[in-house]
Write a protein that binds this ligand. Structure first.
Ligand code: AMP
Ligand code: MN
Ligand code: MN
Ligand code: MN
Length: 301
């Protein structure tokens, strides 16, 4: 008779869940800051950056709500700044900065002005296509937040002018479509300076989503690095492995640190907080020297 074999199970530390790209209803996300934090808890997220389009309005509410919660969650300050580069709208993530920095409020007010101005011009173009009054209707949805093309798309969809949200971009709101307006956004160099002056790091958001050839993407990364940019997003929950491999290679080549984020706007079958955001070991995570992230018994992903 054989003896009893005892197998010792050593618990492997769970990887830390980090999501550095999310939205609330202060831009085109659907959840309030409280609801976003609640969802982060449900999804076992450990580190969450809130990166609304051109605003930090959600952060205070999110932090206040988190203080009432038992489960720990590191909330990192964030923003997604809209910039213009060679005819492309490039989104720059600012992370881990002092959102109370004295220079920031006036600068973000400038971006808000550009947003409102562009939305009005786009709605004038829609009116010329026979679709009146979209601006006022969109502003009702915006409340105290920032108006985005997503708000205009929602109005067009609900009025039945288009048959899908995506269709609003294909038909009217997308680059060079009937209601598109070339706005006077800041340039990338300025966005990097704003974030750096407030003590944070700057990263290119969703580099694979700009509908540009790899040659142009390389040019973008070269410029971004030369202007002192720190990192780039290297993955997204739905990213193809070949795209992911290309982005990892480019991040290494241009010495940019890795940012991971879901670009969460609302819960759906395809988008969720903190899921499938692992990165390869060759990359340097942008959070590797953030003092407030204390791994405890968890491994950093
Ligand atoms: P804006 O920053 O106002 O130009 O709006 C950009 C936002 O609209 C993006 O962050 C997306 O949330 C959404 N968006 C832009 N293009 C599309 C598209 N083709 N399909 C769906 N959503 C889009
Ligand atoms: Mn958005
Ligand atoms: Mn974006
Ligand atoms: Mn985003």
């Amino acid at each position: 008779m054989g003896g009893v074999v005892l197998k010792l199970k050593i618990a492997k530390p769970e990887p830390m869940k980090i999501d550095l790209h999310t939205h609330t209803h202060y831009s085109d996300g659907h959840l309030t800051p409280e609801e976003l934090v609640m969802r982060a808890h449900q999804m076992q997220v450990d580190v969450l950056a809130i990166t609304d389009h051109d605003t930090t309005q959600a952060l205070d509410e999110a932090r206040a709500y988190q203080r009432t919660q038992k489960r720990p969650l590191q909330i990192i300050s964030g923003i997604e700044l809209t910039t213009r580069w060679h005819g492309f709208d490039i989104h720059i993530l600012g992370l881990n900065f002092d959102e109370q920095h004295p220079s920031l409020a006036a600068r973000l007010a400038e971006q808000e002005h550009t947003r409102v101005d562009r939305a009005k011009q786009m709605c004038d173009k829609l009116a010329k296509c026979g679709i009146e009054g979209v601006f006022d209707e969109a502003m009702l949805r915006v409340g105290q937040g920032q108006i985005t093309r997503a708000h205009l798309a929602q109005v067009l969809l609900e009025r039945g002018e288009v048959s899908s949200f995506q269709g609003a971009f294909t038909r009217y709101l997308g680059k060079d479509k009937r209601a598109y307006v070339n706005a006077k956004w800041i340039d990338i160099k300025t966005a990097i300076e704003w974030v750096h002056e407030a003590g944070g790091v700057a990263a290119i958001a969703h580099p694979a989503s700009y509908d540009m050839k790899t040659k142009w993407l390389r040019k973008l990364l070269i410029d971004f690095s030369a202007w002192g940019g720190d990192g780039m997003e290297v993955t997204h929950p739905n990213m193809q492995p070949t795209k992911k491999a290309l982005l990892a290679k480019l991040a290494v080549e241009y010495k940019l640190k890795a940012v991971v984020g879901s670009d969460f706007h609302f819960p759906s079958r395809w988008t969720e907080l903190g899921k499938r955001l692992d990165i390869s070991a060759e990359l340097t995570p942008i959070w590797s020297d953030w003092s407030q992230i204390t791994p405890l018994n968890k491994e950093l992903i």
